[in-house]
Design a protein around this ligand. Structure first.
Ligand SMILES: CC(=O)SCCNC(=O)CCNC(=O)[C@H](O)C(C)(C)COP(=O)(O)OP(=O)(O)OC[C@H]1O[C@@H](n2cnc3c(N)ncnc32)[C@H](O)[C@@H]1OP(=O)(O)O
Ligand SMILES: CC(C)C(=O)C(=O)O
Length: 558
């Protein structure tokens, strides 16, 4: 039989709650954030961070505005110990920032932890032990009382060692590690035992951190667990309930969000979700989720590219191009209908003080240092809206709709041939080759306009290969006279169907650009003319449209 056998995995039992309040709540305020990049994130790396990588990460975390940062497990290694000493001895901890360190509930480790913190003005000492059924039975070989005793002993030791360093303002934190695999009544019993040792008050709270050490259920079940815990734990007004979720089922952020709705006050997580196995809860995503709902995330995340660069350099892990908010491709639309909708919304958006309402873009990319240039990228899935956006945003051409349709067919054919993305410069060159070729079929030499009896008369010279041709036409206005001259030249009827012009915004010396669509004996053809003179731009556009018309042979012209 195959080992791929779902029957080996029992379903996670629901929490027996008859009524739950959290589904009706909204998060309207950011929780307290604690970065665990330098501890949980670091302990999961193939190569743990070097001292300089840790320093770089520390500096970034300060810059982003974290006020609580777990900086290591100082009793575990000389490196972690030295890093904590470095921060303290070099006065690198700002007054509004508190460092946090982790320790097991063992005396020698707790003693060493306090040694590492000597002289720190304030710190959070975080002690943990596993409480789940699996860990109790299989790892520790202890019953409920035995495991609770480890927690109580750890709490007592932490309190005792803290009293030996009276100059430091201590905060205590306890985690019933593997909380999500722990019976809820038992988790409450253990945490109550810990807080009865610590005796917190509303003015001097302790932190009780409830980890989804392994994510085992849907986020709603985690939220039930948190609400149940908050409702039953003793001394709730003296406890900061903290969450620490992992991403085994891909829902760490959702679980943390629902957990906050269920009553939690504080969140531990990492930047971009680095951490054990599938990672810790990603603080960037959760904070930006708040931001996108109009809630101040209390973190400065405007420089997303710097964050990514630092995280990559410190963890030596890539950031997925589709990572929420941060990935290289998350604000990019390749597909035609998305591009069309984005372009329309952006074009209509005149008043920046109005709420952001742009299809397919949950936030304004500019808020996190991304430019609109990255928003729309072109490949064979793209449509006219995207091509028009690039032509306008990057090159200053405001193509009318009928020309967008005409030109996007050229770009589409090119994208299919090259089987890849078509860059902005390539799109521009395609436009020039198509509508403004360096060696056009016919070149306008010179022209003279005169007016008599209300009729305009145009005389002009056209270069047709090696020959110069003199043409003349009449009409109401220069364009009509030119069209009339060309009708005689090619022997076909020509109707001016569309006309549009504008100053070329990207051109420093104010060139004008003119777009024309002609109907030449039933065939439509588009042309573009560019010149410092608007009349000349119109004539060039008409000649360009005529040159591109497939129905004309040189002999017809002759
Ligand atoms: C979910 C988490 O992320 S928890 C944090 C995990 N992080 C780390 O472990 C990284 C740093 N840790 C280390 O480097 C090592 O574990 C050290 C140096 C701290 C300790 O190493 P060791 O002394 O070899 O102990 P180890 O961690 O293997 O555990 C050994 C013993 O401690 C017990 N123990 C484990 N965790 C705890 C705890 N939280 N509290 C009390 N005892 C514990 C174990 O049951 C085991 O007991 P036994 O020797 O009687 O069987
Ligand atoms: C020590 C605890 C908080 C932890 O890292 C976990 O459970 O993942």
């Amino acid at each position: 039989m195959s080992r791929f056998d779902y029957r080996r995995y029992p379903a996670f039992p629901p929490v027996p709650m008859t009524s739950r309040r959290w589904p009706d709540r909204q998060i309207r305020r950011a929780p307290g954030w604690c970065s665990v990049d330098l501890r949980d994130g670091n302990q999961a790396l193939i190569e743990p961070m070097t001292a300089s990588q840790k320093s770089r990460m520390w500096d970034l975390l300060l810059k982003l505005g974290f006020k609580e940062i777990e900086v290591g497990f100082p009793s575990a290694s000389g490196h972690d110990f030295a890093f904590v000493r470095n921060l303290i001895e070099n006065n690198r901890i700002p007054e509004d920032v508190t460092i946090q360190v982790l320790t097991q509930a063992r005396e020698e480790l707790i003693a060493r932890t306090f040694e590492s913190l000597e002289g720190v003005p304030r710190a959070i000492v975080h002690v943990y032990n596993s409480t789940s059924t699996v860990q109790r039975e299989q790892v520790f070989g202890l019953d409920r009382e035995g495991i609770k005793a480890i927690a109580e002993n750890g709490a007592r030791l932490v309190k005792d060692y803290a009293s030996r360093y009276p100059d430091t303002d201590w905060t205590f934190e306890y985690s019933p590690e593997s909380f999500t695999g722990t019976e809820l009544d038992y988790a409450v019993e253990v945490c109550d035992a810990v807080t009865s040792v610590w005796e917190p008050t509303p003015d001097k709270k302790v932190i009780i951190n409830l980890p989804a050490t392994v994510e085992m259920s849907t986020p709603n079940v985690y939220a039930d667990q948190i609400e149940w815990f908050c409702d039953h734990v003793a001394r709730r007004d003296s406890i900061i309930v903290s969450l620490h979720t992992h991403n085994d089922r891909g829902c760490a952020v959702a679980a943390a969000e629902l957990g906050v709705m269920a009553g939690a006050d504080r969140i531990e997580g990492t930047l971009m979700g680095n951490g054990e196995r599938t990672g810790n809860m990603d603080i960037i995503t959760m904070a930006m989720n708040l931001y996108s709902q109009g809630v101040d995330p209390q973190l400065q995340l405007a420089g997303m590219d710097e964050i990514i660069e630092t995280v990559k350099a410190c963890t030596q892990l890539p950031v997925h191009p589709r990572h929420p908010y941060a990935g290289e491709l998350v604000f990019t639309a390749f597909s035609g209908s998305h591009q069309d909708a984005i372009k329309k919304c952006l074009t209509k958006r005149e008043d920046e003080s109005q709420p952001w309402q742009v299809a397919y873009l949950p936030i304004d990319p500019a808020d996190i240092g991304r430019s609109y240039q990255e928003v729309i990228r072109i490949n064979s899935q793209s449509g006219k809206g995207g091509v028009a956006y690039v032509m306008q945003a990057d090159h200053g051409y405001d193509l009318p709709r009928w020309l967008q349709i005409d030109f996007s067919a050229t770009v589409q054919a090119y994208a299919e041939d090259t089987e890849g993305e078509v860059g902005s410069t390539e799109i521009h060159s395609l436009f020039e080759q198509t509508y403004l070729p360096e060696t056009p079929r016919w070149r306008l030499h010179d022209y003279q306009l005169s007016r008599a009896d209300g009729v305009d008369k145009l005389q002009l010279t056209i270069q047709d290969g090696a020959q110069s041709r003199q043409l003349a036409g009449t009409g109401n206005g220069v364009v009509a006279a030119f069209v009339n001259a060309l009708e005689g030249f090619v022997g076909k009827s020509i109707v001016l169907v569309e006309y549009s012009e504008h100053a070329l915004s990207q051109s420093a010396d104010a060139e004008a650009v003119c777009y024309i669509q002609l109907n030449i004996d039933g065939d439509r053809s588009c042309g573009v003319g560019r010149s410092h003179d608007i009349v000349q731009a119109s004539l060039l556009a008409i000649l360009g449209a005529l040159s591109r018309s497939p129905g004309l042979s040189t002999s017809a012209a002759a």
